[in-house]
Structure formats: C-alpha cells, structure tokens
Design a protein around this ligand. Structure first.
Ligand code: ZN
Length: 444
C-alpha cells in the first residue's frame, strides 16, 4: 500500500460518530469557525447578512486567509475580492486542483451554505500538508466573495471573474443605495478594470481570470439544501449536475373595471394569471421538472376593481436543457391559448438563462471513492441533481467540476435554522480528503 492509499484508508476508517472521532477529524473546529464567521453580519440579533465588497466581506477574508496560512498555504486576494490560498505540489508552479465555495450570504441566512465548503477545504489542505503527501498538482482553496448575488442582484460574480466570464457591463449594476459595482470595487481597494476577461496571457496573471491549463479541476463541498440525503439516511451524496434555470417575467393584460361588471363582460387578468400558475405547476410536475411562480403583482390591486394587469415571475429548472426548453414551449403555448380564450393578452420576457452543468465523470468518480472510503460502505453513493445554483456552475466554464453534498436538517437552507451535525461534517471532511487523495493516486 502506498503512503497515499494508506492515508486514504486511514481517512476512511472512522465513519462512526463517537465524540473522540469527530474531534480527531477537526469537525468541531470547522463548526466553531462557521460560528465565528456568522458574527460578521449587517443584521442585528444574531441574524446573518454578509454581502459582497463590504467591511464584513473584508473581515471574513482576513480570517479565512489566516486559517489558510495556518494550513500551510500562501494567500492572496484576487482582483474580484475572492480569498485564495495555495499549497504547492511536489514542484512549485504546477497546475492546481481548486477547492472552494463562498463566504457571502443571503439576508437572514444560515451559517453553513457556502461557508462550510470553504472551511472543509481549508481543513483538508491542512491535513494533507501535515501528512506531507507528495502532490502531483498544487491545491488551492478559493473563498468566493459573491455567489448569492444579494447586493447587486446578479449571482456568481466572484466565480464568473475566476472563470474569465465576467461581463464588463456588470460594473454598472447598482446596489440598493445606488452604489455601482465599479465604485464598490474601488472602495474595496480593487481595480474594476482588472476583471474583464483578458485575451493576452500576460494579462491573465494580473487578473482574477484563471487559464484552463493552470487548473486540474474544481471540487466543492456544500450542504444539500434538499431533503433527499436525510430521507435516504445518508450523510453524503454526489452531484450529477447542476440544474439549468430559465427565468421569465410574464405580464397578463386584461381590462380593469368596476367590480359590479357582469362576468360575461370581464377580462380579469388575475383570474387568467391564477390559471397560469396552476397550469405551470401541473405541466412541470407531469414532466418531472421544477417550476416556481414566486412573484405576483396585481394592478390596480384594489378590493372593488377587476384586475387589469398582473405581472408574474417564472423560474424553471431541469437536469437537461432540452427537457426544460421543451416544457417551456409547452407552457408558453398553453398560456397563450388560455389567455386568448379569456380575452386577455400575455407577453413574456426572458430575464435569465443558465445552461445545466454536468459534473465531470472522473471527478465524480473521485468523490464517490471518497464517500465510499469515508463511510466504509461499498454501496454506490446517492446521486443527486442540484436544483440550486453553485459556484461550480460558473467555474465549469474554465475547468471540470464535481460536488460533494452534505446532509442538512430538514433540507432547510437560506434560513437561520440551517443545521448540520458534527458527525456529518466529520465524515464529509474525511470523504473530501479521500476524494483528493484518489485524484493524487490517479495522477501520480
Ligand atoms: Zn451556497
């Protein structure tokens, strides 16, 4: 048995959840760090809201950088405000396997979404550094500064910058106070003009964008944000792909009028919109994909006026872009027919379109090997579609990705009740380490 496989086997020998084992894996220290980061918030009373390019962002980057250095990494903040750390491989300058997730949050967030993935990655690099494993590639941890898009309304700004897909037009986005992204970068001490994708390879070195040839791949550990692991009684799962999402703004227009108007004279936009909502739910459910109408605005929204106009949103997600697009075509046609039968008109604007991202088979296999080693179970781990977006979606534009999902209580996320157990964090840390070691073995 080589040193590497011995270490992987050792990492896999401790799937029971005795306090001593949990403590040995460093899970309690990871959770204590999650608690420490949770204190950096713009909301009172223990609620968490930590957004891009703020004092809180600066503070958590500094903390993460300190932990990265303790784990043996050299550290820097990239031009997008992502906190990075690097452990060199057997010779300096080798391509890197990226390990990451994000440190920003939604308003009233939990303390694990994103954060747990960053801290697990740092803990695993610490272990690998301590073991003195001969690495055929470098390891880098990236703590992305913006995944949620809470401040500027556009998600994945940090990971898009790393992937070289940052659109300079985004610099004109504004936050709720009218501050542009460009000014926010400057106030944070960053040069906004360093973010645009560069074609000159010399420029790449100074900007956030990474070159594909400098990367081996990207692995992310993240809480599941769904109920499937809990229902299956499994602590860990593998992501098959990250669902592609399309979003639409739909406007149904009828005729506003007095509430005394007889039914045969009405063109009630809300009655039509209500049918559209149930049509969307029925069509998506029958096709086995996910659709959400989360926003509805009624005009004039008065108790004694027939609604003349309704604006509604649609968020449509599927594992495959072709399924999603086929279902959208079906919904669109049925919606138009339904409105025309009611004497209403409907107009649609697409506001977002992100393709589904498949995880790379060889990295998925490494994560599966990691889970099998850590849980000491020969069974094939649960394969899950991620219905939520993640940094990996953006990183996939520059390198192969895979994800490890960690069970969270009740599947609850984006909420203060977000919860993981120390035992699950322990086994996740072991699995993440074993996944990396299986890639080390494959590349050695
Ligand atoms: Zn997240």
């Amino acid at each position: 048995m080589t040193a590497v496989t011995a270490a992987a086997a050792a990492a896999g020998a401790n799937h029971d959840a005795s306090p001593a084992v949990i403590d040995r894996t460093g899970a309690l220290s990871i959770l204590a760090r999650c608690d420490e980061l949770a204190a950096y918030s713009t909301l009172p009373n223990g609620l968490i809201r930590r957004v891009y390019l703020t004092d809180e962002h600066r503070a958590v980057n500094a903390l993460a950088a300190g932990w990265m250095r303790e784990a043996g990494m050299t550290t820097w903040q990239d031009p997008a405000g992502n906190q990075c750390g690097r452990l060199e491989g057997r010779t300096p300058g080798l391509p890197a396997l990226l390990l990451g997730s994000h440190l920003d949050t939604v308003p009233s967030a939990g303390r694990y979404d994103g954060i747990l993935g960053v801290l697990t990655a740092i803990a695993v690099v610490d272990r690998i550094n301590t073991l003195g494993i001969d690495l055929p590639f470098a390891l880098e941890v990236v703590a992305f500064g913006d995944e949620e898009g809470t401040r500027f309304g556009r998600a994945l700004l940090g990971s898009r910058a790393l992937a070289g897909t940052f659109d300079p037009a985004w610099l004109d986005l504004t936050d709720d106070d009218g501050i542009t992204l460009r000014d926010a970068y400057s106030a944070f001490g960053l040069d906004p003009d360093a973010l645009a994708p560069a074609t000159d390879s010399a420029l790449f070195r100074g900007a956030a964008a990474r070159r594909p040839e400098d990367l081996v791949g990207y692995l992310e550990a993240h809480i599941e944000q769904g109920p499937y692991l809990e229902e299956a009684g499994q602590p860990l799962g593998i992501v098959s792909s990250i669902a592609g999402a399309r979003r639409f703004a739909i406007t149904v227009t009828g005729v506003a009028g007095h509430s005394g108007t007889p039914f045969d004279r009405r063109h009630d936009a809300l009655a039509g919109a209500a049918e559209i909502v149930t049509l969307i739910e029925r069509t998506a459910r029958d096709a086995g994909l996910i659709a959400t109408v989360g926003h509805l605005e009624v005009f004039p929204n008065a108790v004694n006026v027939i609604p003349g106009r309704v604006d509604l949103s649609l968020d449509l997600r599927a594992a495959s872009d072709s399924d999603r697009d086929r279902v959208w075509t079906e919904i669109d046609a049925a919606m138009t027919a339904l409105c025309s039968a009611r004497g209403l008109t409907v107009s649609v604007t697409q506001t977002h379109n992100a393709p589904a991202v498949a995880c790379a088979p060889h990295l998925r296999a490494a994560v599966a090997a990691g889970i099998r080693a850590a849980t000491a179970s020969p069974a094939e781990p649960l394969l899950l579609l991620s219905r939520a977006g993640h940094d990996g979606m953006a990183v996939a534009d520059v390198t192969d990705i895979a994800m490890l999902f960690i069970r969270c209580r009740g599947g609850v996320s984006h909420h203060p009740d977000e919860h993981v157990t120390p035992a699950d964090v322990a086994v996740a840390t072991d699995a993440f380490e074993a996944a990396i070691l299986s890639l080390v073995t494959a590349a050695s």
